[in-house]
Write a protein that binds this ligand. Structure first.
Ligand code: PGA
Length: 254
């Protein structure tokens, strides 16, 4: 099974933006659920309920973040239980923009992953290096550190519900993507880290996605050729038709 995840970030800011997007989405969804691919749409938290009511059946509703506690004195935070309650089933955790602007640390990511699993939400954990980290040869250590922290509290009976997205920070929002070979090297590294911790069989079950300047015409080089299980899409996911092209391309090869 392949996966296409649309990260709408903070791009649809008014109710009417959301409604326009949703009606376009429904128009291009046409025949309904693809057999070989799942589609997840992650709007900003304030509009999750609106999307929950309007998204076609078969589309997963995802959140862009959650808090690592379920209830209490945590001003401004969003409980995993509230997300579940309005129909969210997947959640992005540790996106580089959260790490950069909300000062999210590897430890926080680990706590959020644990709480998501306990709350029956499927985590999509993002990891990725900066340009400087890549150029100075630290990429392996950086990715290993991020993955190990993210999975610190994840037991082997839960690991198969994790999705991991390799998103190099320098590729996000930049129109630059790594080569197929570079993405494949990251896939091998992620599998290796997972195998060391959970064994080969479990490692095989974890879906590995690529994210960062994904476009429909790049699906082969960033996902199919390097053997990834799907894509996490930012800007291009705002064009529902482009998103659907990606879904069809992956559906066709799965
Ligand atoms: P982009 O964003 O596709 O606009 O590069 C990807 C992401 O941040 O998940």
């Amino acid at each position: 099974m392949k996966h296409v995840v649309a990260n709408l970030k903070m791009q649809l800011v008014l109710k009417e933006d959301c409604d326009r997007y949703l009606s376009e989405f429904k128009r291009v969804w046409k025949g309904g659920k693809p057999k070989g691919a799942t589609v997840t749409v992650c709007p900003s938290s304030l509009f999750l309920e609106r999307f929950s009511k309007a998204l076609p059946k078969g589309v997963f509703l995802g959140a862009q973040d959650l808090f690592f506690e379920t209830k209490g004195s945590f001003t401004g935070e969003i409980s995993p239980l509230s997300l579940r309650d309005i129909g969210v089933t997947r959640v992005i955790i540790g996106h580089s923009e959260r790490r950069q602007y909300a000062m999210e640390t590897d430890e926080t990511v680990g706590k959020k992953v644990l709480r998501a699993l306990e709350s029956n939400l499927q985590p999509l954990v993002c990891v990725g290096e900066t340009r400087e980290e890549r150029d100075s040869g630290q990429i392996l250590q950086v990715i290993r550190r991020q993955v190990e922290h993210a999975l610190e509290h994840v037991s082997s009976d839960k690991v198969e519900s994790i999705m991991l997205a390799y998103e190099p920070r320098w590729a996000i929002g930049s129109d630059r993507t790594p080569s197929s070979h570079e993405i494949m090297e990251m896939r091998v590294l992620l599998k290796k880290i997972l195998t060391e911790k959970y064994g080969e069989k479990k490692a095989e079950e974890v879906a590995l996605l690529y994210g960062g300047s994904v476009r429909a015409d790049l699906i082969r080089s960033v996902c199919i050729d390097p053997g990834m299980d799907g894509v996490l899409v930012g800007r291009e996911s705002l064009i529902a038709e482009e998103l659907m092209h990606m879904v069809s391309a992956l559906d066709a090869v799965s």
